[in-house]
Structures are given as structure tokens and as C-alpha cells.
Design a protein around this ligand. Structure first.
Ligand code: AMP
Length: 281
């Protein structure tokens, strides 16, 4: 991988990187498509990073449809797939980690201790190996994205982080490799995340700037779904991920909800434009 990337750099080409954990869907492919427009070569990586899974999380049952993934990346015309194995990424004695303070402890980080330590560490390693000019991430994982931006800034990395919109199913469910775990009934119930965000969006459009009221609205919808158990439903500042009392700065409505045994996340971006608020689902 380093050799390929070095060759491209010597030829002054613009390298794009799309990091994934595999089980690819249209959300991942949208990142590749965007990268193809802006970079050549485009490299994708598939690495199911053990260090970002807690001991009781779904690492062992995470889907690994490698052949299908390779077909999709080939059809999308990526120029290379980086597929390292865990022993190569974390050789024995590995002991260096990247900790993005503060941001890593809230919300996802609170529910999944150590998760962002694993994410930031592996993403920095990928950046060091490939040294891409541009790296593509989905807004679906908003806190992860923010942490990677923070890390790139704090460590003076020469990579531009490109944010891509959330790709959804026709009924609004955000695409996720974990949707494969849902039974038919849970799949129907899973639209509750999108419905809760839409209810909040409707209130924002009606002029509600009070984040407590928006949170109550989201909770009410989420709690009306018998298969759903809310982990958090919060409005936070889009930079610091600290709670927001009154909207007015760029913020996120963030959801983490268990549907049966599957934990799903989703979010909505709320942006002030003049004296109005614009939402992006
Ligand atoms: P993952 O394989 O889950 O680690 O995701 C790899 C990348 O794809 C991350 O940058 C995710 O934010 C992005 N991604 C996952 N699902 C979606 C989606 N539904 N829409 C847009 N990007 C996504």
C-alpha cells in the first residue's frame, strides 16, 4: 500500500482514501463516487478494527461479505483496495494510541468506552500509510467525523477531511452495515429514528429554538415504539458536542437507539442561515 501511494505522490497525483469496515452499501459507495470525482487514484480500505469494539460488542458477528465488497469496489472503479489484517495493523507489543480529549468521552464515547481511542488510532495509521490528499467520511457518524477533524487539525496532518451526506433507504432509515441484524419486524420499527428526527425538523421549521422541547419531542416518538430502547437523544453543538440550550449555532440532533439487540445511530444537522434554521437529514 505504501509503495502504491508513494508512486502516486511522485507522479503528483491527488490521492483519495475511503476508509471502511466492509459490508459495503450505497452509503460507502457514495463516498467512493465523490472521491472518484475529486481524486485519482482512489483507494478504499476495509479493516474491521478490533480496537474500536468493546468486549461485549458485535465484532465477532459483524458481517464480512468480502467477495461482494470486492465486486462493489471493482464496479465503482476504485484504484486499489487496502485490506490489512489485524496482526499487521497491531503487531505484538503495539502500545501507541491517539486520544482526542473531551470529544471522545461524550455521547458515543460514554456509551462505548474506548471506541474513539480505537477509531482515532486506526484512522491516523491509515492516514500515515496512504498519506491521502483527501479522505472521505459520512455524516452518519457525526461524532467520529468531528473527532477525526479535530485530530487532523491538532496533529497538523496534510489531509483534507471531506464530509458526505447521509444515504438513506426510501423510508428514511440510514444505511448501515448493522441493519443486516434486524428482523423484518425490527426493520419496520427502525424507521422510528428517522421519524423522531423528522418530528424535530418540523418543530424547528415551525420556529422552535428550545432544544429541551426538541429533545422531548424526539423522546416521545422514540418511546412510542415498543422495540426501541433509547440510549440518547440530544441536541449538541456541532463543534464541541456539548449540550445546547437554545439553537442558534451549528448543531446536531443525535440519536442512539437499541432496536432489539441492534444499536443504531442517526442524526440531523441544524444550521442557522440568517435568522432562520435549516435542517439537513
Ligand atoms: P463503516 O464501514 O461503518 O466504518 O463506515 C465507513 C464510512 O462510511 C464512514 O465514514 C461512515 O460514516 C460512512 N457511512 C456509513 N453509513 C453511511 C450512510 N448511510 N451514509 C453516508 N455515509 C455512511
Amino acid at each position: 500500500m505504501k509503495e502504491k501511494a508513494r508512486e502516486a505522490r511522485l507522479e503528483q497525483r491527488i490521492i483519495g482514501l475511503v476508509p471502511t469496515m466492509g459490508a459495503l452499501h450505497a452509503g460507502h459507495l457514495a463516498l467512493v463516487e465523490r472521491a472518484k470525482k475529486e481524486c485519482s487514484p482512489v483507494f478504499a480500505s476495509i479493516f474491521l478494527n478490533p480496537k474500536q469494539f468493546g468486549p461485549h460488542e458485535d465484532l465477532s458477528r459483524y458481517p464480512r461479505p468480502l467477495e461482494a465488497d470486492i465486486e462493489k469496489l471493482t464496479a465503482a472503479k476504485v484504484d486499489g483496495l487496502f485490506l490489512p489484517d489485524a496482526a499487521e495493523v497491531y503487531p505484538s507489543g503495539f502500545s501507541t494510541y491517539v486520544h482526542v480529549e473531551g470529544l471522545s468521552e461524550r455521547l458515543e464515547g460514554k456509551s462505548r468506552p474506548g471506541h474513539f481511542l480505537g477509531v482515532a488510532t486506526v484512522v491516523l495509521k491509515l492516514f500515515e500509510i496512504v498519506q491521502p490528499n483527501f479522505a472521505y467520511f459520512g455524516r452518519k457518524d457525526a461524532q467520529q467525523l468531528r473527532i477525526i477533524q479535530r485530530m487532523a487539525h491538532d496533529l497538523n496532518l496534510d489531509v483534507e477531511i471531506v464530509v458526505c451526506p447521509i444515504v438513506r433507504e426510501p423510508d428514511g432509515l440510514a444505511l448501515s452495515s448493522r441493519n443486516a441484524y434486524l428482523s423484518a419486524e425490527e426493520r419496520r420499527a427502525a424507521t422510528v429514528l428517522y421519524r423522531a428526527l423528522c418530528a424535530a425538523a418540523t418543530e424547528v421549521h415551525a420556529g422552535v429554538w428550545d432544544s429541551m422541547q426538541l429533545q422531548r419531542t424526539m423522546h416521545k416518538i422514540l418511546e412510542s415504539e415498543p422495540h426501541a430502547r433509547v440510549d440518547y437523544a440530544e441536541i449538541v453543538d456541532a463543534e464541541s458536542f456539548e449540550s445546547v440550550i437554545r439553537l442558534g449555532r451549528r448543531s446536531y440532533a443525535l440519536l442512539a437507539v437499541h432496536i432489539g439487540k441492534t444499536r443504531l445511530i442517526d442524526n440531523m444537522l441544524i444550521e442557522p442561515t440568517g435568522d432562520e434554521l435549516r435542517v439537513e437529514l
